[in-house]
Write a protein that binds this ligand. Structure first.
Ligand code: CP
Length: 346
């Protein structure tokens, strides 16, 4: 079975720390050889991206590999079906049941970005496209953001925190923020899962109706308890900012009103926009955000342009952690994916 990098819950904090250690070494100096020479990776995007697309492409090339970036279903590549047994008389011209093994015959690793459809959380939670990649792939698969998680972002976030503090015992606030769209919960889920695994005291500040998925919260509670850390969910802002060491700003859609955008009421928005006044209540906290971010809606200019913000460093660390993930999955003696497919048939 190929190794994959798809969900934080598949890893221990020791393994994530090991990947961050590798990323930190790669940040200091490039490897003396090209460990991915002769390997090609296909990075498949069903949704837009700047950081993820560029970081994996540059990481692959700088390790000597060849990146292939595909925008599935948006002009350049066929629209893909992920559900088995359907009559394919809609917009999808190709099934992942063929496309994924075809890519695996040509490339030694695959990445997928696939956002939730936004109609039913019960359906989106099954992550049908990622599940199909995992089912049909004979080569490693990287989750470049699915409905439930963004582990590559969380790894870069852990690296960014570790560059500035020992996370264990520190206070981590995930603060919900206003937006014009009901955004995926992936980054929020992975941020609190990472913080809990790292032994931080986790506070989630969110309006009523914006709780995270109960399975995510159960993992957060278990990890906090195992680390002797606390977990708290509140709608009391700005008080939630008091004493925090890390403030992670993020908007996400409501599970209670799935697919509906948040209120545009100016008073509600102002209550939840992250401001300098709120950041001044913290213990000199870092301000983190995965980007892209809508200025003066999610967070004020004064925060992004102020002393708290590490958002560009976070983005840079996507590159270094992408290299660490690629080496973790692929830096072993090259195996022909065709040979691997032959073994599967035997
Ligand atoms: N943070 C992040 O994943 O950025 P992109 O959506 O631009 O890839």
């Amino acid at each position: 079975m190929p190794r994959h990098f798809t969900h934080l819950k598949d890893f221990t904090i020791g393994e994530l720390d090991g990947l961050v250690d590798a990323a930190s070494s790669l940040k200091k100096s490039a490897p003396s050889s090209f460990p991915l020479a002769g390997r090609s990776l296909a990075f498949c995007f069903m949704n837009p991206s700047l950081r993820t697309q560029v970081s994996f492409s540059v990481a692959t090339a700088s390790l000597g590999g060849h990146p292939v970036t595909l925008s599935l279903g948006s002009g350049g590549t066929w629209g893909m079906e992920s559900v088995e047994g359907v009559v394919m008389d809609g917009s999808a011209a190709e099934h992942l049941k063929e496309a994924v093994p075809v890519l695996g015959r040509m490339c030694q690793g695959l990445g997928l970005r696939s956002f939730p459809a936004g109609k039913s959380w019960a359906e989106d939670k099954t992550e049908p496209a990622l599940a199909a990649f995992l089912k049909y792939s004979t080569v490693p698969v990287i989750n470049m953001e699915s409905a439930g998680g963004h582990p590559c972002q969380a790894l870069a976030d852990l690296m960014t925190i570790r560059e500035r503090m020992r996370p264990k015992g520190k206070n981590f606030l995930l603060s919900w923020a206003p937006h014009v769209k009901p955004l995926p919960m992936a980054v929020a889920n992975s941020a609190v899962e990472m913080a809990a695994m790292a032994g931080m005291n986790v506070t989630i500040a969110r309006p009523e109706g914006y709780d995270l998925d109960p399975e995510v919260m159960a993992r957060v509670s278990r990890n906090c308890a195992a680390n002797g850390a606390t977990v708290r969910v509140t709608d009391e802002v700005p008080q939630a900012f008091d004493g925090q060491h890390v403030v992670y700003g993020k908007s996400w859609g409501s599970l209670a009103n799935y697919g509906e955008p948040p209120s545009s009421d100016p008073v509600f928005r102002r209550k939840w926009t992250i401001s300098a006044e709120k950041m001044r209540r913290t213990s000199g906290a870092l301000f983190m955000h995965c980007l892209p971010v809508r200025r003066n809606l999610v967070v004020d200019d004064a925060v992004l342009d102020g002393p708290w913000s590490v958002v560009v460093d976070q983005a840079e660390n996507r590159l270094h952690t992408a290299k660490a993930v690629l080496l973790h999955l692929l830096a072993s003696p090259a195996k022909s994916s065709t040979a691997s497919a032959r073994r599967h048939r035997k």
